[in-house]
Write a protein that binds this ligand. Structure first.
Ligand SMILES: Cc1ncc(COP(=O)(O)O)c(C=O)c1O
Length: 378
């Protein structure tokens, strides 16, 4: 079977390790192992003593205990540790879906949330976030169309896939909206896949939503250490779900992908979760600092960009008023070494670029972009 191109990952594969300024990363600033150990007051000994054998397929019990504490409904045996967060999308959708199943996906989205269901021969309905013409018209300039979801869901709907805080818009529903989404899915009896990779990066902490798996017994929550905690190189992620039978089927697919997680990653993940709150707080602070620079920048360049302030997460999806996003991004990285992700890669037209707000290099990248725009305006 031929795979659909994974545009986001192919785009990063070309530029991520060569462009001097990655201004569109979705992950937050990462740490060295030394910095992580120091923050947690842990020593290299815990790693030195580690035997590099296979690990438990479901994940180390102590790690699953720690993860389960993040949810109200889950105990350690309802957590499935992953070889990488991305694996959770692949194995859950393989466990749930058959050809011709109807699947509704919130878009724009991270490619695999839509592509895996299409690979499996499902009928995928895109439920699109709506951009107001001119902010402010609703928080962040983006809004959810709940009526459209209500109309899209039918008794044939097998699965609804959402991602909040949302990549790429930074949209976060209100609690009422979130409960309304769950109610609509629940009424239809469909499953809910809730990608919560950016949970914990709410710009107003009081706005944090309950996890999908705590609200609905047919929900699967995906989370991990890549974004909120800034540790994507660990490849640590997990699923939390209440349904035992689905869990078994998911584990069945895991035997075909990674079998079990990497042993050093599991140890470091446990250490990271001991200081999870500190890591998330550090990254929220970086995002707030970068937002404070982004606001005046976009106010200055209103003729070029339509700024949509995100409410949560580490990314913003910014409109380009007149130019092709693809051409703008290509020229910017070639001429200035600054990388922005064009919306073409996210299957959402050619009019937006994604900015990443979680990196310490953001001010330098933004300054380069500023100079580039000044030069072009002359
Ligand atoms: C919404 C979303 N889900 C899942 C993933 C996969 O995470 P990872 O790359 O750590 O496997 C990403 C990565 O960008 C993402 O943005």
């Amino acid at each position: 079977m031929k795979s659909k191109p994974f545009h986001t990952e192919r785009f990063f594969a070309i530029h991520e390790f060569t462009a001097p300024h990655i201004l569109c990363a979705s992950d937050c600033e990462s740490l060295t192992v030394d910095e992580l150990l120091q923050l947690a007051g842990a020593s290299w000994e815990s790693l030195g003593r580690l035997r590099l054998g296979y690990t438990e397929s479901q994940g180390a019990p102590a790690l699953r205990e720690r993860i389960a504490a993040l949810y109200t409904s889950a105990s350690a045996d309802q957590i499935v540790g992953l070889g990488a967060p991305e694996e959770g999308i692949f194995i859950t959708l393989h466990a749930l879906l058959e050809p011709d199943d109807e699947v509704i996906v919130l878009t724009p989205c991270y490619d695999s949330l839509v592509n895996v269901a299409e690979h499996l021969g499902c009928r995928v309905v895109r439920w699109s976030l709506v951009e107001a013409d001119e902010p402010p018209a609703g928080p962040g300039g983006w809004r959810l169309d709940l009526d459209a979801l209500e109309q899209a869901v039918t008794p044939r709907t097998k699965l609804v896939i959402v991602n909040f805080p949302h990549n790429p818009t930074g949209y976060l529903p209100s609690r009422d909206e979130w409960r309304a989404i769950v109610r609509i899915v629940e009424r239809s009896g469909a499953w809910l896949f809730s990608d919560e990779m950016y949970r914990g990066l709410e710009h107003d902490l009081a706005a944090r939503l309950p996890s999908g798996c705590d609200l609905y017994e047919r929900a699967v929550t995906l989370a991990g250490l890549s974004k909120t905690y800034g540790l994507p190189g660990l490849r640590a992620g997990w699923l939390a779900l209440q349904d035992r039978s689905l869990q078994e089927r998911i584990m069945g697919w895991k035997d075909y992908t990674t079998i079990c997680a990497s042993a050093p990653a599991e140890v470091l993940a446990q250490i990271a979760l001991q200081v999870g709150d500190k890591l998330a707080e550090r990254n929220r602070r970086i995002i707030q600092g970068n937002l404070a620079l982004a606001e005046p920048f976009f106010a200055r360049w209103q003729t070029v960009f339509r700024w949509n302030r995100p409410q949560a997460g580490s990314v913003a999806f910014v409109g380009l008023r007149t130019q092709s996003a693809r051409e703008f991004s290509d020229r910017l990285v070639a001429e200035r070494g600054v990388l922005l992700l064009p919306s073409t890669g996210l299957g959402f037209g050619d009019g937006h670029v994604r900015f990443g707000l979680g990196r310490l290099d953001f001010p330098a990248g933004l300054e380069q972009l500023d100079r580039y725009l000044i030069e072009k305006a002359q």
